[in-house]
Ligand binder design. Structure first.
Ligand SMILES: Nc1ncnc2c1ncn2[C@@H]1O[C@H](COP(=O)(O)OP(=O)(O)OP(=O)(O)O)[C@@H](O)[C@H]1O
Length: 253
């Protein structure tokens, strides 16, 4: 990685080429090619079961690369060391441990990344304060609202310190209103951190709102159906609905 962590000028920070993956005999991904600039958000959409979560797990280093290449900031490693270092995965459900208080749930992210207990807790407190949850450090997850749980889970993902945020249907369990609030909150977080992010979602509006690019995965393993560059839009923009319709049409194609 470069000193600044911002990657080489004009080169995508994340490059995926010829990526294929099978669970045993079941081919799930084939010939996937994608790239992403530093600070961009890529939204992955596609039919249920097309391999979106699998792709995120490969980027997080949770599954071994079988074929193809993934490079981060110009470095690639067939032994998979790169993705294991860069990708921080926020899973589908918020997956907070009910027997750990909020502070310790968040500290776990840094602990797993190798920090001491003391440093991990200090980091967790700093992050929770930054996102307005300082008053809830001693709460149990069961005492939080759904939106707060999502934020805690997100902060835990951040606390690993890895530069690529991988979010798998992060807000799927939230009601529509809370979901919009948390989406807006996530947009702010991204701007503040300048983070590079890949998000899997079934919600086309979420993809259009958060994504600088949208990749539409095919139903059967193969090359992408489409890869779109999306302008920054708010829900109130006249173009917002048009973009959503365009993505929906591609999903049906
Ligand atoms: N550990 C596993 N072993 C075998 N098959 C698996 C495993 N995990 C996922 N699969 C299969 O691989 C395919 C892709 O799964 P994946 O979860 O990546 O899809 P997805 O696009 O994220 O689905 P969804 O949108 O429903 O969450 C599915 O058919 C799934 O049943």
């Amino acid at each position: 990685m470069t000193e600044t962590g911002l990657g080489n000028v004009n080169e995508p920070i994340l490059q995926i080429s010829d990526l294929s993956f099978a669970y045993g005999d079941r081919q799930v991904l084939a010939d996937i090619a994608l790239s992403l600039d530093s600070g961009q958000c890529l939204a992955l959409v596609g039919p249920s079961g097309c391999g979106k979560s699998t792709l995120l797990k490969l980027l997080a280093g949770l599954l071994p690369l079988q074929s193809g290449r993934v490079s981060w900031d110009g470095k690639s490693d067939s032994a998979h060391a790169i993705t294991a270092q860069v990708g921080a995965l926020m899973p589908q459900s918020d997956a907070l441990y009910p027997w750990l208080r909020v502070l310790d749930n968040v500290a776990l992210g840094a602990r797993l990344a190798g920090a001491s207990k003391r440093d991990a807790r200090a980091k967790a407190l700093e992050l929770l304060t930054q996102v307005g949850l300082a008053d809830f450090t001693q709460a149990w997850p069961g005492e939080l609202s759904g939106g707060m749980r999502s934020r805690v889970s997100f902060v835990r993902t951040l606390s690993s310190g890895r530069p690529l945020w991988l979010l798998d249907e992060p807000f799927g369990a939230l009601d529509a209103l809370t979901r919009e609030e948390v989406q807006d909150w996530l947009l702010q977080q991204r701007q503040q951190h300048g983070a590079t992010m890949v998000i899997v979602t079934h919600d086309v509006a979420e993809a259009v709102l958060l994504g600088d690019r949208i990749a539409v995965l095919p139903k059967e393993p193969g090359a992408l159906v489409a890869e779109l560059e999306v302008p920054q839009l708010t829900r109130a923009d006249a173009d917002f609905v048009t973009w959503c319709e365009q993505v929906r049409a591609l999903l049906k194609a």
